[in-house]
Write a protein that binds this ligand. Sequence first.
Ligand code: SF4
Length: 226
Amino acid sequence: MQTDTTYKINEIFETLQGEGSFTGQPSIFIRLQGCPVGCSWCDTKHTWNVSIEKEVEPQSIVTKKIENDSWGVFTIEQLKAVFLSEGYQAKHIVITGGEPCMYDLLPLCLEFERSGYSCQVETSGTFEIKVSDKCWVTVSPKVNMKGGYKVLKSALLRANEIKHPVATEQHIDDLKALIDEHKIVNKQIYIQPISQKKRATELAIQSCIDNNWRLSVQMHKYIGIE
Ligand code: SF4
């Protein structure tokens, strides 16, 4: 088992998953540093750059209480030690970012699955997805973003769920075009309002009803948890 792979990590915390199929599931979030996709409405812009001068000791990441662009390098063994020392009870791991698929996540998934955890990755679908077969893949396709990355067909096909952020009709059209272009069928599709604003939420609700999609409302933002 390859466990010497390292990951640049911005944040590790335990909470409830607030989005998609696993809403309400106690989860350990691992937020990886780095994302070149460039979504204008991104709510984790502090994860975009991997600035050398922002590297800190791993323990500073474990105790981090405020969002910032510092990151630390962790091996899988170090992550397991953190889970133990922090007393995390969740058995579901959410690997997010940033764009986690810039990393090879296969060793991480395999090692944690071997230890009794389930894994989920949240990705924009713009990088090849390197995870275990059992890993739950959430693709949140980012279309026509500033970074110029294309959503990969292979990512859409691998997705266990497609979770699409929407604020305007254009976002709905983008999703439909993507599904048509890549002939994506039989996928669980979630529509998620980009903000908690009334208009985005109403648009999301109506598009779910019209297309037999499901609504994801970022539960954590409504109940005030991380
Ligand atoms: S892909 Fe995710 S982390 Fe990257 S810019 Fe878009 S929303 Fe932010």
